[in-house]
Design a protein around this ligand. Structure first.
Ligand SMILES: [Cu+2]
Length: 161
């Protein structure tokens, strides 16, 4: 079941890569179990650096789920991060999991919860997509293409500073 979903996702990802970015970013909705994932995006970043991953996860089910791990063929590793205030500055901190309560939508966004793609094995180019595999405690694994926006963008499809 999980494998079949992954294969379907891969096929869709191949097709999505041929579409203009804006259309891809809006149309993309990924379902796995009770979860619906939308607005999956990233930002342009150089090889060897770090990239970020953002997305909205809606839990349409009656049971809580948790995002417990993520990975990408484009990065050495992917961590789950949050931002927290430390005196006057905001710092990033790794978290072991991200809770997805039933009936709620959790949004990973700049300045808040996010995926951290550490040690990029290739540059992230604006207009392309980068695949990330998310592992949920209940729903299982799903591959999600992140649409790459400009460096410094604050929203999917957004421009830089
Ligand atoms: Cu981070």
């Amino acid at each position: 079941m999980i494998r079949r979903i992954a294969a379907t996702r891969r096929a869709l990802l191949g097709a999505a890569a041929l579409l203009p970015l804006g259309r891809t970013a809006r149309a993309e909705e990924i379902r796995i179990g009770d979860l619906v994932i939308t607005r999956a995006w990233s930002r342009a970043a150089p090889q060897g650096g770090s990239g970020a991953g953002y997305l909205a996860i809606a839990n349409r089910g009656a049971a809580a789920d948790r995002l417990v791990a993520a990975a990408s063929p484009a990065a050495g590793r992917v961590e789950l991060h949050t931002h927290e205030r430390e005196g006057e500055v905001m710092r990033m901190r790794e978290v072991p999991a991200i809770e997805i309560p039933p009936g709620e939508t959790v949004t990973l966004r700049p300045g808040g919860l996010h995926l951290m793609l550490i040690g990029l094995l290739r540059p992230l180019h604006q207009g392309e997509t980068v695949p990330v595999t998310l592992r949920f405690e209940r729903a299982g694994e799903v591959e999600v293409p992140l649409a790459i926006a400009a460096a410094g963008a604050r929203e999917p499809g957004g421009h830089g500073h």
